[in-house]
Structure formats: C-alpha cells, structure tokens
Design a binder for this molecule. Structure first.
Ligand SMILES: Nc1ncnc2c1ncn2[C@@H]1O[C@H](COP(=O)(O)OP(=O)(O)O)[C@@H](O)[C@H]1O
Ligand SMILES: Cc1cn([C@H]2C[C@H](O)[C@@H](COP(=O)(O)OP(=O)(O)O)O2)c(=O)[nH]c1=O
Length: 139
C-alpha cells in the first residue's frame, strides 16, 4: 500500500536527560504512525555520520574542550539537516528525532555557553520542530 505523505513534512523531536525514555517513546510513536499508513522515519543526534562518530569516540578517548565539542555538535547537525532532515521534510515525510538542538542548549549551555545564543545559532540553519516533546522523570 502506498504510504501517506504530507504536503510539507512534520518534524517531531524528543528531548530529555539520558534514560528519560526518548528512544522508547520515539519507537512507539513511529510504530503507531507507520501502522496508520504514514511515511515516517526515525533519526537521532548525535548521528552516525563522520562528526557524530568523532563525538562518540571522544566519550572514550578523552573529553574535548567545550569549544571543540560545540563545533562538532553543530557540524553534525548541519550534516543531519542537509542530508536527511530537509530532504525528508521536502518529500512530505514525518521525521521523529531523538535529541535535537535543545540538547546543545542544555549540555553545551552547562559547559559555559549562553543557551539563548545556542538556540539562535541553530535556528539559522536547522528547521524548528513542529512538535517538541520534553520528557521529564522523577529522581
Ligand atoms: N515509561 C517508562 N517507565 C519505566 N521504564 C521506562 C519507561 N520508558 C522507558 N523505560 C526504560 O528506561 C530505560 C531508558 O529508556 P530509553 O527510552 O532508552 O531512554 P533515553 O532514550 O531517553 O535514554 C530503558 O531501560 C527503558 O526500557
Ligand atoms: C545532540 C546533543 C547531545 N549531547 C549529549 C547528550 C548525551 O549525553 C549524549 C548523547 O549520546 P548518545 O550516545 O546518543 O546517548 P543517549 O542514547 O543516552 O542519549 O550527547 C550534547 O551534549 N549536545 C548535543 O547537541
């Protein structure tokens, strides 16, 4: 059966600390929308692209400086937007992302950068989500 596309895609983002349930909810929503016939894909950040891999390596090889880390998350996101998010949205697909630029505001904000500036910097190139789900969990 032909999958249902939208005129202009939809971007749905899940945010929250590690273990909050982002992957679980993203999978459930993906399954429900796919069962309903929608053309829906899932993605995540950091990605499995060249910059995302570098970021993951740094988690074991020793932490990068705050500036290097911020630069890599931005490069990774630019690649994600150019190669996956923008084309999928243009095709009319629904895209579910596990972490997005709000994570940069929170985590790199915690390393000393101004969260507002981080949001502005990202919104210059990254499409804002149509829906942002922020998962909070009790201690
Ligand atoms: N609503 C929930 N209640 C209890 N446990 C949950 C719930 N959602 C997820 N979990 C469990 O919590 C852990 C972290 O969930 P996960 O979806 O991987 O979080 P995240 O992607 O935010 O790191 C997993 O073991 C998962 O099975
Ligand atoms: C997207 C993003 C993630 N992060 C951090 C949050 C997480 O600790 C880590 C994500 O790594 P990941 O391996 O995806 O962890 P998880 O699956 O548990 O979410 O990177 C940032 O610091 N800045 C960002 O912009």
């Amino acid at each position: 059966m032909e999958k249902r596309l939208l005129k202009k895609g939809l971007l749905l983002a899940f945010e929250g600390i590690d273990g909050a349930g982002k992957t679980t909810q993203a999978e459930r929503l993906h399954r429900l929308l796919a069962e309903d016939g929608w053309d829906v894909i899932r993605s995540k950040e950091p990605t499995d692209g060249q910059w995302g891999l570098k970021l993951r390596e740094s988690a074991t090889a020793g932490r990068l400086s705050p500036q290097e880390e911020l630069d890599l998350f931005i490069r990774d996101r630019k690649e994600h937007v150019d190669t996956l998010l923008d084309p999928a949205l243009r095709r009319g697909q629904i895209v579910i992302v596990d972490r997005y630029y709000f994570s940069t505001a929170a985590y790199q904000g915690a390393r000393g950068f101004d969260p507002e500036k981080i949001l502005q910097m990202n919104e210059e190139f990254a499409p804002p989500p149509d829906l942002l789900v922020f998962l909070r969990c009790g201690a």
